[in-house]
Design a protein around this ligand. Structure first.
Ligand code: NAD
Ligand code: LMR
Length: 333
């Protein structure tokens, strides 16, 4: 039995993500919550011949509470997306309040659920969820995740393009660490499962790193005012959600980079802080997943001097983003 809930289910990410979740035979109940259109989306998905019972909820009549009752997995893609010229941080003014209110609902109704945060700016919205859970006395850092999987998916795709063989894309694994915005996105290409071509020039490497860091902008620009990545994000969000479900079902050795509170693994978190030379409370690192959530936070391993410099460059923005999320909840008490 797995009950999954999508908050923001009628949106550009919400709809395809809900479709992918509906195809998962391990999900027995799928609740779709949004401020608009969920009855239609739910009716549509409910005709698909897979086990999940799909129900759509709207705010009236305690819709959020009903959607969340009994939830084990909650994915949050609610909130506004970027337009050209905006940073993810520009979304904070609107999305911070949306995420805070949804987190309050989760902390009240489904405090033990796994919470997967997609809404931007992820570097701030994850601390917002955590602070709300702390206020409600139900904080478990092992169960709150910022979804950074799209950066990992992009790294796999772009590396396979450089290798001249897109058929490799599903097999290429590149850890991407740090956070989810511009320079806080740090691809560790030296650890790619498929090494870059020998003699790959430094300018080419810099271009590839920059493309992974700013892949989101590529989509925002191409959509020309109609939003940001939705379909690739739904794919990535599903990939991460499925890892959580597999780990909950007892599969061992599942590791994925994700933005977590480093208290999720005291020993691993402290070791990582030393490694990155910072007292940051949140960082996206490779995390081993298990039935209770985070099993361990892994070391970044052997990285190049250039990658160490990228990690260092990520820290100031990460710190500011995290503090902004934490103080937002403090100020809304
Ligand atoms: P969208 O506008 O298409 O959809 C957002 C949905 O959220 C809408 O259906 C809207 O009605 C709903 N919503 C708004 N307020 C709500 C509330 N209080 N409760 C429930 N639902 C609410 O946007 P989108 O393209 O789906 O993007 C959603 C968010 O995901 C954005 O913040 C975007 O920046 C972010 N995003 C993150 C990543 C990532 O890698 N983490 C990738 C892509 C997009
Ligand atoms: C992405 O990386 O595509 C998302 O964070 C959306 C955005 O604003 O770029």
């Amino acid at each position: 039995m797995v009950k999954a809930v999508v908050l923001g289910a009628a949106g550009g990410i919400g709809q395809p993500l809900s479709l992918l979740l509906k195809t998962n035979p391990l999900i027995t109940e799928l609740s779709l919550y949004d401020i608009v259109n969920t009855p239609g989306v739910a009716a549509d998905l409910s005709h698909i011949a897979t086990p999940a019972k799909v129900v759509g909820y709207l705010p009236p009549d305690d819709g959020l509470k009903k959607a969340l009752t009994g939830a084990e997995l909650v994915v949050i893609p609610a909130g506004v997306p970027r337009k050209p010229g905006m940073t993810r941080d520009d979304l904070f003014k609107i999305n911070a309040g949306i995420v805070r209110d949804l987190a309050t609902g989760i902390a009240t109704t489904a405090p033990k659920a796994f919470v997967l945060v997609i809404s931007n700016p992820v570097n701030s919205t994850v601390p917002i969820v955590a602070e709300v859970f702390k206020q409600k006395g139900v904080f478990d850092p092992k169960k709150i995740f910022g979804v950074t999987t799209l950066d990992v998916v992009r790294a796999s795709t772009f590396v396979s393009e450089v290798l001249g063989d897109l058929s490799l894309a599903p097999k290429v694994v590149v850890p991407v660490v740090g956070g989810h915005s511009g320079v806080t996105i740090v691809p560790l290409l030296s650890q790619s499962s498929h090494p870059l071509p020998s003699g790959f020039a430094k300018e080419e490497l810099d271009k590839l790193i920059n493309r992974i860091q700013f892949g989101g902008d590529e989509v925002v620009k191409a959509k020309d005012g109609a939003g940001s990545a939705t379909l690739s994000m739904a794919y990535a969000g599903y990939e991460f959600a499925n890892k959580i479900i597999r780990a909950v079902k007892g599969e061992k050795g599942i590791i994925a980079p994700t933005f977590v509170n480093l208290a999720a693994d005291k020993e691993g978190g402290e070791a990582l802080k030393k490694e990155i030379g910072s007292d940051l409370d949140y960082f996206s690192a490779p995390v081993e997943l298990g039935p209770e959530g985070v099993v361990s936070i892994k070391s970044l391993g052997k990285i190049t001097d250039a990658e160490t410099a990228l990690v260092k460059a990520a820290i100031p923005e990460l710190k500011t983003n995290v503090e902004k999320g934490v103080s937002f909840v403090g100020a809304s008490k």
